[in-house]
Each structure stands twice: as structure tokens, then as C-alpha cells.
Design a binder for this molecule. Structure first.
Ligand code: MOS
Length: 749
């Protein structure tokens, strides 16, 4: 039986639905001290004084931890060094942390934190991209430009001269909060000159680096273990580094374990969000519908610190014109600092935003040309042998057209007939995208990952991997891939918690990279173990190794049909002091990329997708209901089709929320949206019926041909919904969220 391609229930599901999984805040309190952050409360200003004398007199007060307590460097910038761990001179957003109050209970810590008096001389803040870009003095950092990327290929002037039609449009996408169900938190355990951290997190190795730097102790003296993590979606990529480092400073100073778990309100105020984008697209086409040139400006609101803006800006630039052939492009992608919480990683890293831009303009162009939107996309879509917008020659696994073909076939019997007497308008919208798997040329140096596989004496196999389970089903596919690689069944695989002591630095758990990276590392580890298993089986079965087949937990002599169990082999290995474990490693192959022009191999391979949605717009209320989504995804090979479908259902649901109802609001830099009473994430009622369509265009470098699905699942959804609402109403919707109020306003004007 093949383990790859078989639908498995998540191996961690039962424990979770029974409520037995111990998330960080479920762990018994072993006399931990508790910390609570003291925020600036002011969006921009200079710190004049910090006075905690009132806090000190509170009975439960233990300590006030601030910049002066840092033994190493007061710096936690991930890519750009612009972010102090504790603000000591300037505050740049209301959630800038000045210090921590440590007390004997979490509630007391929060109450005492309110007693710290901070005097700040306010500066005038910037909240929008326009305000930030147009500033002439007093910048957030050296300048207000956090980072920028570009793609310059061909000659847009010639392209536009040759064009029969040129369209220019602007688009806007909104901020989004991840709203993982488990808020961020960690516990720091000091041990003489070492520090151990346990936390709800996505990237243990980032935390290891941040803590080592801030505490001024060697990297090897910091151990980071992930506790079961209740959702992350990118929100636990960079933020846990600051959270853990702050708590670690307190634990180092006090010599006792310190715990901090954010309340929902703190989590919303302090943590990263999806970057809002404003985009200008100018695209030229021939009469027959061939894309000739594009000039694109993407502007992103980075918030107070750059954190992962550079990754978002890079990815958005590389993918700005989508999965299409276009010979002449000029893309500039710029990220501006503002006095809002830092925006960071959120499922897709700028791709959902860029896809909103290219898929809206594709629809507008098709309409103006009088060409069917499916046909127009098909004419320009990438296939093997073509070059991407960055000039990367694609040599394999380009299932883009097949996703479009397969999804569009499904709508044929869904003809829309809008009737003037009804207040409902129906519409269909299409969006296609490509998604560069893993970190790409800009993050290539970090793009390796490892596993450690151990054959146990009891006949089970344990796997430690360097990426993490954060709700996406990683443990299940890792177990399946290990089972397939070693000829056993998924049931006998045990997954260990991810910890920096089990595996070497495997980079971040992001960019839909788990299946590809971990899968290849597993195959690499198995290459070392398989010959040993064969040799031992041949010894026990008394035959030649060539005649041994290992499958489904049995080794069989193909000649005599005699079998032994995998447990017997495992027992034999241990009894005879043989090798029972192996480490596997995989690194993304070198990419030929020119960072000056942004051209060449931006990523080693791409996942492709087309989602088609059917919506119903109520023209009396402005309410948009997404009735159905056909989601066709080229993922090379589905390791766990059930898990893949769950990813698509989750991703499209998140896309529906971003497109229609999630309307995050700030007032003077402070989040007025604080919880689910006003932040409307979709409930079961607002999600759509989703039909997932698999396209398996095998990727030679992917394990068993597989590519990533985590992020592609959300990327085209909002664009497809906007195209559908535009189709239903005949009005162009170029901005999200399309809340009932916003939709009604456009219909009425
Ligand atoms: Mo995610 S945006 O890959 O952390």
C-alpha cells in the first residue's frame, strides 16, 4: 500500500478534539513568575522618563525589566536592524514595549503594568503610506522607506508603443489580523549559563538567534522547544522572537522561570498583521489579447519596524504579474514605515495582495478587449518552456493551464441569469496565481532543513524535524513521507516536538516549504537506513539482498515469499548494536538570480492555482454571499489529499474574511478592533462550499513530485471574489474589504 497519496486523518487530531493536548497555558503552574508588557500607549515620540515607583509598592510586584537589564544587545530586527527589544529612547507605535512587569500572578502583572508612568514627548505620527512617503523631516528611522525590490526586464517603452490597448488602474487591500485561536506566549527556564524556552511559535531557530543575541550568550546555550501551537498563519514567525527574548531577559535577571501569555487584547494590539497594499498597474496588450508590457508600483504599509517586510516586498515584486508570459516589465515594490504595529508575515507574504492586483487588471483588460476572461488568461498563461515575468525559464511542473482548464469546466452549467425583479445579483469570478515555493533567491542561504529518524527497539520509528506543526497538518504528512521512504506504515511513526536540540537550524516554518524541505530530508535520511534494513532482512531471511522487498512493515524474500516484520528487524538492529538512526538534510539548489534587476530564478519551483467563485450580491443590503468555490491547485503530488482539501477549505475561508468582512480599524494608531465582536472572521455560515480539484504535475525536485499548498490555498480567493462581485454588479471593485456598507455605497452611487 502506498502511504503517499492516501488520505489520512490528522495524527494529532484525536488528542486535540478531546481537549487533551497541553497548549502552553494548560501546563501546570510550577511557581512560575508572570510577566506583562508595559506599552508606550503613544504612536510616536521620545521617552523622557520612566517611573515605576508606584508599581514597586504593589504587594505582588517582583521586578520591572527594561532596556537596562539587557546583557547583550537591545536589538531584535529580523532582517533590518531597526527594532530595539525594549524601547528606551523613541517609541514608534502604541504597542512598543518599554519593559515588563514581573509579578506572582498574570492578572497582578497586568494590573501593576498600568501603574508604570512613562512621560513621552509626542512627535507627529504617520499612519498611511501617503503620509509616510511624503514626509520631509522627522522620519521613523533613517528614512521612512523600510525596503524596496524591483524587477526590470525587457523594455516597457517599446512594449507600450506596440500595445493596442493600455489600461491603468489602482487597487487597495486592507490590513488583516491572523486571529489564530491560541494567543502568543512562552515560558523561559533559566539554567546557570543557559536558557530554555518553550513557546507557541513557528520558527524556533529565529528565537534561538534572537535570545542568544539579547542575552549575550552563545547560540548553543539557548534551547527552544515548540509547545503544541494553536494556529499561526505567519503571525508566529517573527513576533515570538521578541516575546521570548523579553521573557528571557526577565528569567536571566531573576534566575527563575518566567511565563508570559498575551491576552487577546494584547495580542491584537501588539502583534503583526497582513500588510495593506496600494498598487498601480499599467498594462499594455495587443488587440488579440497578448500581454506586452506592465509597469507596476506596489506600496506597502510596513508599520513601525521592518520585521519581515522585505520578504513581503520581494515576493510581491517577483509575482506581481502572475503566472503569465509578459516580455516587458518594470515593477517597483516599496515598503514604508508608519506608526502602526509592524506588519509581517501572513499566509502568502504579499502574494494575495499582488494577486489582487494582477487578477483584477486581467479581468478589466479582458472586458475591454471583449475576450472571455478564461480565454484571455489561457492565451497568456505559462507552460513548460516559457519564461516567467522575471525571465526564469520553466523546465517542468507547470500545471497553470490545467488548473484554469479544470476549474473553468466546472462552471459551464452554472450560467448566471440575473433577473431585474430580484434584489439578488449573481456573478462568477476567476483568479489564477503562481506561488514560489520556499524562500527564494533572497532567502536562499536559509533554505535548508533537516530531520532525525530513529528506529526504536519496539519497532516504532520516531521523527524529529526542524519545521513545525502549527495547525496545518505537518505531522501527518511527515509521518506519511517517512513511512513511504522506509517501507513501513504511517501508524508506526511518532513525531517528536520540534526543538533546536534535535535537529540543525532548518530555517523558518514558512513559505509553504514543509512538504518539500522535510520530504526531501526524509528521503535523504532513508537512503542511509534502507541498505541497513535490507542487509539485516537478508541475513534473517537467509537470502540475497537483491531479493528483499520492504513494504507495509514487512520485509519479504521475493523468491520464497518468506516474511519478517519490521518489529523483528528493529529488534535485531538493537540487539546487535547496529545503526538505528540517521540524519537527513536538504537544501534548495542554487538559483541563478540577479538582485540588481530582480531577474532570473526567483524561486526553484512554483505551485499554481485557479479559483473560480460564484457569489450572490444583495443589492438592497450590500451583503455578498460566496456560494461556491472551485479551487484547482497544481501541487505536483498530493501527499495527503484529505489534508490538502482541509488546507484549501481553510485558506479560502480566510480569503473570504479578508475580501468581505474583516475590517480592522485603528484610531490614532490604536487598534479599536480588539476581538471577534467587531473583527468578523467567517463562521461556518459565511464559508462557501468548496470543491477542491487536484492537478498533479509532478515536480522533479519535490519529494514524490510534491510542491506546497499552505499558502496557495488563500492566494487567489479575494481576487476571485472581487472579480465575481464586479461581474455581478457591473461595477469595478478595486478595493477590499467589500463590506456591505462599501458594496452598497458603490451600488448606490
Ligand atoms: Mo508564512 S507568511 O509563510 O509565515
Amino acid at each position: 500500500m502506498e502511504e503517499i497519496g492516501k488520505s489520512y486523518k490528522r495524527i494529532d487530531a484525536l488528542e486535540k478534539v478531546l481537549g487533551q493536548t497541553k497548549f502552553l497555558d494548560d501546563l501546570p503552574d510550577e511557581n512560575f513568575l508572570h510577566a506583562a508588557p508595559v506599552y508606550s500607549g503613544i504612536p510616536f515620540g521620545q521617552i523622557l522618563s520612566i517611573d515605576f515607583s508606584k508599581a514597586k509598592s504593589y504587594p505582588d510586584f517582583v521586578d520591572f525589566i527594561s532596556a537596562k537589564d539587557i546583557s547583550g544587545e537591545n536589538q531584535v530586527g529580523v532582517i533590518i536592524e531597526d527594532q530595539p527589544l525594549f524601547a528606551d529612547k523613541i517609541v514608534r507605535f502604541v504597542g512598543d514595549v518599554i519593559g515588563l512587569i514581573v509579578a506572582k500572578s498574570p492578572q497582578n502583572a497586568r494590573d501593576i503594568a498600568k501603574l508604570v508612568e512613562i512621560k513621552i514627548e509626542e512627535l507627529s505620527p504617520y499612519f498611511t503610506i501617503d503620509e509616510s512617503r511624503n514626509a520631509t523631516e522627522i522620519f521613523l528611522h533613517d528614512s521612512n522607506l523600510a525596503c524596496e525590490h524591483q524587477v526590470i526586464r525587457g523594455d516597457i517603452e517599446t512594449g507600450f508603443t506596440d500595445a493596442d490597448l493600455i489600461i491603468e488602474e489602482t487597487f487597495k487591500t486592507s490590513v488583516a489580523e491572523h486571529y489564530y485561536l491560541e494567543p502568543q506566549g512562552c515560558i523561559a527556564f533559566p539554567k546557570t549559563d543557559k536558557m530554555k524556552l518553550l513557546g507557541s511559535l513557528q520558527c524556533p531557530f529565529y528565537i534561538q538567534k534572537a535570545v542568544s543575541r539579547v542575552l549575550g550568550i552563545p547560540l548553543e546555550n539557548v534551547e527552544v522547544e515548540q509547545s503544541p501551537t494553536g494556529g499561526a498563519f505567519g503571525g508566529k514567525e517573527d513576533v515570538p522572537s521578541e516575546l521570548c527574548a523579553r521573557v528571557a531577559v526577565a528569567a536571566q535577571k531573576l534566575g527563575k522561570p518566567v511565563k508570559m501569555v498575551y491576552s487577546r487584547k494584547e495580542d491584537v494590539q501588539l502583534t503583526s498583521k497582513r500588510h495593506p497594499f496600494q498598487m498601480r498597474y499599467k498594462v499594455g496588450v495587443s488587440k488579440s489579447g497578448k500581454l506586452l508590457a506592465a509597469e507596476i508600483l506596489l506600496e506597502e504599509n510596513a508599520g513601525a519596524y521592518a520585521t519581515l517586510s522585505s520578504v513581503v516586498s520581494y515576493r510581491a515584486a517577483m509575482q506581481a504579474m502572475g503566472p503569465y508570459k509578459i516580455p516587458n516589465v518594470k515593477v517597483r515594490s516599496k515598503s514604508y514605515y508608519t506608526n502602526l504595529p509592524p506588519n509581517g508575515a501572513f499566509r502568502g507574504f504579499g502574494s494575495p495582495q499582488a494577486t489582487f492586483g494582477h487578477e483584477r487588471i486581467m479581468d478589466i483588460l479582458a472586458k475591454k478587449l471583449g475576450i472571455d476572461p478564461v480565454e484571455f488568461r489561457m492565451k497568456n498563461m505559462l507552460e513548460v518552456g516559457d519564461e516567467t515575468m522575471t525571465g526564469q525559464k520553466l523546465t517542468s511542473s507547470v500545471g497553470a493551464k490545467e488548473t484554469l482548464q479544470n476549474a473553468s469546466e466546472r462552471i459551464n452549467n452554472n450560467i448566471i441569469q440575473n433577473n431585474n425583479n430580484s434584489h439578488y445579483l449573481e456573478g462568477i469570478g476567476i483568479a489564477s496565481c503562481h506561488y514560489g515555493n520556499c524562500l527564494g533567491a533572497a532567502g536562499w542561504h536559509l533554505d535548508g532543513a533537516g530531520v532525525n529518524i530513529k528506529i526504536r527497539k519496539n519497532g516504532k520509528i520516531s521523527v524529529a524535524f526542524g519545521l513545525v506543526e502549527m495547525g496545518q497538518g505537518a505531522e501527518t504528512v511527515v509521518a506519511q513521507m517517512t513511512a513511504q521512504a522506509l517501507g513501513v506504515t504511517t501508524e508506526i511513526i511518532e513525531i517528536l516536538p520540534t526543538s533546536t536540540i534535535h535537529v540543525p537550524d532548518s530555517g523558518p516554518s514558512v513559505a509553504s516549504r514543509n512538504v518539500v524541505m522535510t520530504g526531501n530530508a526524509i528521503r535523504n535520511a532513508a537512503e542511509e537506513l534502507l541498505p541497513i534494513l535490507k542487509k539485516v532482512s537478508a541475513e534473517i531471511l537467509n537470502c540475497d539482498q537483491e531479493n528483499i522487498e520492504i513494504k507495509n512493515c514487512f520485509a519479504k524474500n521475493l523468491k520464497s515469499e518468506r516474511k519478517i516484520t519490521f518489529s523483528e528487524i528493529a529488534g535485531y538492529l538493537h540487539l546487535n548494536g547496529m545503526k538505528t538512526q540517521s540524519n537527513g538534510w536538504w537544501h534548495v539548489p542554487e538559483l541563478d538570480y540577479d538582485s540588481e534587476t530582480g531577474t532570473g530564478d526567483a524561486y526553484f519551483t512554483y505551485s499554481y492555482a485557479t479559483q473560480i467563485v460564484k457569489v450572490r450580491v444583495d443589492r438592497l443590503t450590500g451583503i455578498v454571499k460566496v456560494e461556491k468555490i472551485w479551487a484547482a491547485h497544481d501541487i505536483g503530488k498530493a501527499i495527503n489529499p484529505a489534508g490538502l482539501q482541509a488546507q484549501v477549505e481553510g485558506g479560502t475561508a480566510q480569503g473570504i474574511g479578508w475580501a468581505l468582512t474583516e475590517n480592522f480599524k485603528y484610531e490614532h494608531g490604536k487598534a479599536v478592533t480588539q476581538n471577534l465582536s467587531t473583527y468578523l472572521i467567517p463562521t461556518a455560515q459565511n464559508t462557501a462550499k468548496v470543491e477542491t480539484i487536484l492537478v498533479e504535475d509532478s515536480e522533479p525536485l519535490g519529494p514524490w513530485g510534491a510542491k506546497g499548498i499552505g499558502e496557495p490555498a488563500i492566494i487567489p480567493t479575494a481576487a476571485a471574489i472581487a472579480n465575481a462581485v464586479s461581474n455581478a454588479t457591473g461595477i469595478e471593485f478595486n478595493e477590499i474589504p467589500m463590506t456591505p456598507e462599501n458594496v452598497l455605497e458603490k451600488i448606490e452611487s
